[in-house]
Design a protein around this ligand. Sequence first.
Ligand SMILES: Nc1ncnc2c1ncn2[C@@H]1O[C@H](COP(=O)(O)OP(=O)(O)OP(=O)(O)O)[C@@H](O)[C@H]1O
Length: 696
Amino acid sequence: MSDSDSVKVAVRVRPFNQREKAANSKCILSMNGSQTVITDPATGNTKMFGFDQSYWSHDGFKEDDNGIYQGTDSSYADQRRVFNDLGQGVLNNAWAGYNAALFAYGQTGAGKSYSMVGYGINRGIVPITCDELFTAISKNEDKERQYQVSFSMLEIYNEKVRDLLSKDSKNLTVRQSPKQGFYVENLKQTPVQNYKEIERLMDQGTKNRTTASTNMNATSSRSHMVITVRFKQVFINASGESTTKSSEINLVDLAGSERASSTGATGDRLKEGSAINQSLSTLGNVISALADNSSGKKKVMVPYRNSVLTKLLQNALGGNSKTIMIAALSPADINYEETLSTLRYADRAKKIKNNAVVNESPTDRLIRELKEENARLMAKLQGQDRGGKGRDEELERMLQENVRQMSDIQMTWEKKLEEARREWEQSQAQVSKEDMMIKEHPYLQNVNEDPYLSGVVKHALPPGNNYLGNSKSETGNSIFIRGLGILACHVVMSNSGTEISIEPVSPDAKVVINGQQIMVKTPLQHLDRLMLGSNCLFLYVGYPADRVNQEEMKQYSYDFFQQELAQSQGMTTLLGTPRLGEGANEAMDKLVFQDFVQLMPKVDEVNAMSKDMNKAMTFQPIIKNLASHDSLGNNKEMEVEVLVTNTLTNQVWMWSKAKFINRKFLIEELYQQYMEEGKLDVEQVSSGEDVLSNIH
Ligand SMILES: Nc1ncnc2c1ncn2[C@@H]1O[C@H](COP(=O)(O)OP(=O)(O)OP(=O)(O)O)[C@@H](O)[C@H]1O
């Protein structure tokens, strides 16, 4: 059975965030039924788009006593409504044996994770879908049917694939097989029996993602996360023959889209070469090609092979899958260009036609086909042996994969569950031990730029000396943290049983408390903010007796940390204290302040990378006046820029904010290569690709 249908597209607008509120942002979006209208704040011109769904989640709601966002107005779309419209369809398709895919697109902070995974009790589509799947399974009393659900979670960063459920941080390889298409070799697929197990796996994956992002000095918003739920129904007839109906559900939280569009406006051509961007820009090209093909305008080649993401999503885009895209939108005028580009992207995606088929076949046939394939591969390899040319590695690998699949089908589901249970018990024991330590002792809690990854990693500080550093081999280290500027042994945190102090282990170990760098042993207070090295942020949570008010902790977000750091660098005096009634001017000050606050940690990171790679380059954020002061002395127009200095030649350059962000991607890539290989690629450097040497 085959079913040709278009990709379903929904858009959703979120509330203003703190930054947008502080800048007195105006809402530039309105929705009416399935239509979305965007207004250009500069001209007042409007553009209208029609989608399968337009979700208004900007206002018209309140937080109830349990923390659930409840609509106070019927126009408000809550998490349940989004699930009912989109997630339920995914589930229905999975039951029918179709592959399904749902991916979230949009600029960083536009609400992709909120819609896909959700925050706390406001669960998003992925958890609700998984929960509902098991609820439906438990209600189904058909004795002739066996259900098999497995779960995998991976991350694509810089064209490399990492298994988020594996302790091993090795990169995995994407392979292609004639039957399966593209797949990730050795990706862990954990069998699951209930929703709780999925929840635990998602927690584990999120924790791994958080640690990996600081280790690689990469913000999670630059990576794509792919969750795959495989749902198999095995029907056994009266004579004992079985038929398998299977569905692969891909749930994809894409990297922030701004890298693919707006910063390109600076004409910084180096940007295009960045691998960090490759998957997302190829996704755009694949969508455009598919849209052109299905509109019959022209026939073009679809460039699936140009990126890891599009290889893995080949089925979801124009193939055997029922696919939904949700585009997350920021309501704020300052994001007009980005939001318009997201709407255009979503508009193109609507045109893609898929051809989903029910994946159903007798289990015996699956095994017979694999056996036939096995015999064919063996014969080929033997032919090569006889020819004396040596075995083709690719053929050999295909044979191994074939054997693996065969044993996977033949291994009973009970045995797979048993294996998974053993692993679960082991990790559960570890989790309980960590939870106990956190309950009894003071601890450090991570703070991440991506709110979804904040508060995920916790390090307990039991009585005695706790050494923290980036080297596992340093015998003294009990807490292992990696990140820019973290030394092999960085600090010692001493817990006397009633008091905790922190002390840098060497003068090079950067330790900042509540915005102030410290050089000597300093006592810590409950909820102090710590920055270790250039970008490792932690909230210190004191002894159990200090933790009376759990709500207090919420205010110490990433933005809070950065504002505190900016203020300690004299930012408020730099801008002047806004006076009441200044209106637009006050908002302008705030906007520049926000820009500065956003840029500052990024500049710190680039400085640290430059230092590590022994580059004589320093970077400094500055505020540039574009126009003179008015008669009252108010700053009329200001902009944040980055001053770049070559400390050997004393040459200086000014980079715009967009140019700096562009270049930072490339510097990160260079740094990652440096960290992995311990050196820089000489060819790349001499060909002028090295952005730190080739500055202009
Ligand atoms: N519909 C919504 N209702 C209420 N709050 C929302 C909504 N959508 C997003 N938010 C809030 O906006 C912030 C940013 O959202 P989110 O983390 O989902 O963005 P993102 O697009 O996933 O960003 P990133 O690319 O960094 O992962 C979060 O604090 C989230 O709670």
